[in-house]
Design a protein. Structure first.
Length: 738
């Protein structure tokens, strides 16, 4: 890290949304570029910049800014240059000369302390004086806020977000209760707020701190681990560790939060017959209750059974399609057609797609059938398999503009007779609530999925809870049908699910294992396999048709490190490729990338048959390729698998990650011709049987595992997946008994 004193010469680019700036600075006759998050800076200002020197492949040597302090210009020429820069609305070169003439070296002090004096300057009327005062005050406030926040260790980019949230009140808000940042500003975690609070001298047993820490613990459990609630004793224990406070103090604060309705508590039956006090975030509690209530309403409004000649209709379908349904498959078809709600679950190769196609043909005769899935990739796969359009659930519900706000709901319901949802294991409690709100009671709902896969990324365990409740008719498929003599993928997937070791490297197989002496060796072999060996053997595009999946984010075989290695192999830096740096990650034109959170505001366009289709909303798990980077406008254009084209500006880029390697969790709902996965050991909480099962079932043509047999055995033996605290099953059975 180096510190330099320079003068601002020219702002080449600035994004006011996130403060990202490309600034030309000079020291003597030397001019260099400084890039990074900075407050508004005008030409002529003296700067003290802290950063690192880097060599850009196109723009040459530049300093990557980590911190920036601004000193007001003190000379008349410096003040005039600053005022003439155009940064202050209403002030150009001519007005700058008027102000200098009137106030001399005190000009900036007048603007800051006694701006009303501007009205006394000949040629500046009341309207322009007001404009100048407001513009200068706004800049001064932002600068002060940036300096104030950075003095407490807040990064420049986060400081910009915080200032945009609170404006001129930022100091007052943070000094009173810095823990508000956790709930008000996305990207601010409890540890950041806690660090600021400690710097401000806020006591460790402050009511603000205890309340924020307990709510943070519950939010982490919901958003990070997928729990709908935590048992009170677990919440208390985790909060004690986080806050370093005694049990009595934590318990008292939990009581206060429940009494003030900041948290919701309910007594539920526990696994061992004893009662447990479940503590919820109110939003999650309401969602879980609403899903149970709406499912009950759907059950009560089940449509009448179709014609009694259903068996003959299925026989006719068998004759037309040239197939013979197994009794399990036939039972699933009959249950789905006769019932208002049905769950069909089973592993790979058990015929779920065949069943869906049959159900569509039977139900399309009497009404409209719609298909949907949680992700774009899953919807696309469903469309190809069933021969009709399938939409993502977000698109089906017509996202309407604000986060979580869908145009389709109980006041504007979906108009269809049957909705079939695939990949139900990915649907969380909040998305399920939105779906049920949009369905008219009496609409037939058929839910299809694999309950043995990893549960949803979001809160809840919807598919498993519905199955366990036994309230909704369900059929579990266990017979394997999609299996040829040479394929081992489906065979091994079911072996893994039963807790048995897969058969590796069988002659003529499509399921392979390659030993690696260490994680470093495994990473090298994965790059070699993807770059040359597998593409030559299979004749596939290594980037578009092969996918590396990793169980972990960190480590030599984690997502982050493998992405760096694979990017260097498949898309290295070159003079003709524009780049965009974000933190430790560099994006280049041609890179494979993934959206990492739901961004409901991001606009996209898609070329249609007659005209461009436009919309908004890009969602967690969407994969695409960087087609263009505009280094002047600092925009990144991404084309996703379903042909949507989105332009990323400002802070939107923070939602992108490289996707040469993705986590197994992020791969849910997707299928790839070839899956390559490291198995090198790691934390037991991450390396589970259902994670391995999920990874293997993503492959259509080949699975290649690299690492140690012992690591595979570790995952297969680890069937004790972390329990998700959810009470949907209890609520459904309770409501049915009323």
């Amino acid at each position: 890290m180096e510190e330099i004193e320079v003068f601002a010469d020219e702002t080449v680019f600035r994004n006011d949304e996130n403060g990202y700036t490309v600034l030309v600075v000079k020291s003597g006759k030397t001019r260099v570029s400084a890039v990074g998050i900075m407050p508004p800076i005008a030409a002529g200002e003296k700067l003290r910049i802290t950063g690192e020197w880097v060599e850009h492949p196109i723009y040459g040597r530049q300093i990557k800014v980590q911190g920036c302090e601004i000193e007001k210009p003190t000379t008349l020429s410096g003040i005039e240059k600053y005022l003439s820069s155009g940064m202050i609305r209403g002030v150009g070169p001519a007005t700058a000369k008027l102000l200098i003439k009137a106030f001399g070296e005190e000009t900036l002090d007048v603007l800051y302390s006694t701006p009303e004096k501007l009205q006394d300057v000949p040629g500046i009327g009341p309207k322009r004086a007001k404009m100048i005062m407001e513009s200068y005050a706004e800049q001064a406030q932002q600068r002060e806020a940036m300096v104030f926040l950075q003095s407490y260790g807040v990064t420049p980019s986060l400081a910009v977000k915080i200032f945009k949230q609170y404006g001129e009140n930022v100091k007052q808000v943070i000094r009173q209760n810095p823990y508000r940042l956790v709930e008000d500003v996305e990207g601010v975690g409890f540890k950041t707020a806690d660090k600021i609070a400690a710097s401000l001298g806020i006591e460790p047993d402050s009511e603000y701190r205890l309340s924020a820490g307990i709510k943070h613990t519950l939010m982490e459990a919901t958003n990070g681990a997928g729990h709908c609630y935590l048992p009170r004793e677990i919440l208390s224990a985790h909060a004690q560790r986080l806050l370093g406070c005694g049990e009595e103090m934590i318990e008292h604060t939990i009581d206060s939060l429940i009494l003030s309705h900041a948290l919701t508590a309910q007594v539920l039956p526990g696994e061992d017959g004893e009662q447990v006090v479940a503590v919820y975030l109110p939003l999650t509690y309401r969602a879980e209750n609403e899903v149970a209530r709406r499912l009950r309403e759907m059950i009560d409004a089940m449509p009448s059974t179709m014609a009694t000649d259903l068996g003959a209709q299925i026989d006719e379908l068998e004759r037309m399609e040239g197939v013979t349904f197994h009794p399990q498959q036939r039972q699933a078809i009959e249950t789905a057609v006769k019932s208002g709600m049905t769950v069909i679950t089973g592993g790979p190769g058990t015929g779920k797609t065949t069943i869906i196609k049959c159900i569509i043909k039977l139900l399309s005769v009497g009404g409209e059938v719609a298909l949907a899935a949680p992700t774009g990739r899953a919807a696309k796969r469903m469309s190809e398999a069933c021969g009709m359009e399938a939409k993502t659930l977000h698109r089906l519900l017509e996202y309407g503009g604000e986060e979580g706000d869908f145009a389709r709901g109980q006041d504007n319901p979906l108009e269809m007779d049957t909705l079939i949802i695939d990949e139900m294991s990915m649907v969380d409690i909040f998305l399920m609530r939105s779906v049920l709100r949009a369905l008219v009671p009496g609409t037939r709902l058929i839910m299809v999925g694999d309950a043995d896969q990893l549960p949803s990324v979001g809160a809840g365990n919807v598919l498993r809870d519905i199955l366990d409740s036994r309230v909704i008719p369900s059929v579990m498929l266990t017979e394997i049908f999609r299996q040829d003599e040479k394929s081992m993928i489906v065979y091994n997937a079911h072996r893994i699910n039963r807790g048995e070791a897969p058969r590796l490297n069988a002659k003529g197989s499509d399921f392979f294992f390659e030993r690696a002496a260490s994680p470093t060796d495994a990473a090298k072999k994965i790059v070699s396999l993807c770059a040359t060996r597998l593409p030559q053997f299979l004749g596939l595009d290594p980037v578009r048709q092969m996918q590396v999946l990793s169980p972990t984010k960190k480590g030599e075989c984690g997502v982050w490190m493998l992405n760096q290695l694979l990017q260097a192999e498949f898309n290295p830096a070159a003079p003709h490729k524009s780049e965009r740096v974000r933190g430790d990650m560099t994006f280049r034109e041609g890179d494979k990338v993934m959206q990492t959170r739901n961004n409901y505001q991001l606009k996209w366009k898609k070329e249609g048959v007659f005209a461009w289709e436009e919309g908004q909303g890009v969602f967690n798990g969407d994969i695409g390729f960087v087609t263009e980077i505009d280094t002047q406008e600092r925009t990144v254009i991404v084309q996703f698998d379903d042909e949507r084209i989105a332009t990323y500006e400002g802070g939107d880029i923070d939602d992108l990650e490289l996707a040469y390697c993705i986590s197994v969790h992020k791969s849910q709902g997707s299928e790839f011709p070839v899956v390559v996965m490291p198995a090198v050991g790691g934390p037991p909480m991450l390396l589970t049987r259902n994670l391995l099962y999920t990874a293997v079932t993503r492959a259509r043509r080949m699975v290649m595992i690299v690492g140690r047999e012992a690591a595979i055995d570790q995952m297969i033996m680890n069937a004790d997946t972390r329990r998700r605290y959810s009470a949907l099953c209890f609520r459904m059975t309770q409501m049915m008994s009323l």
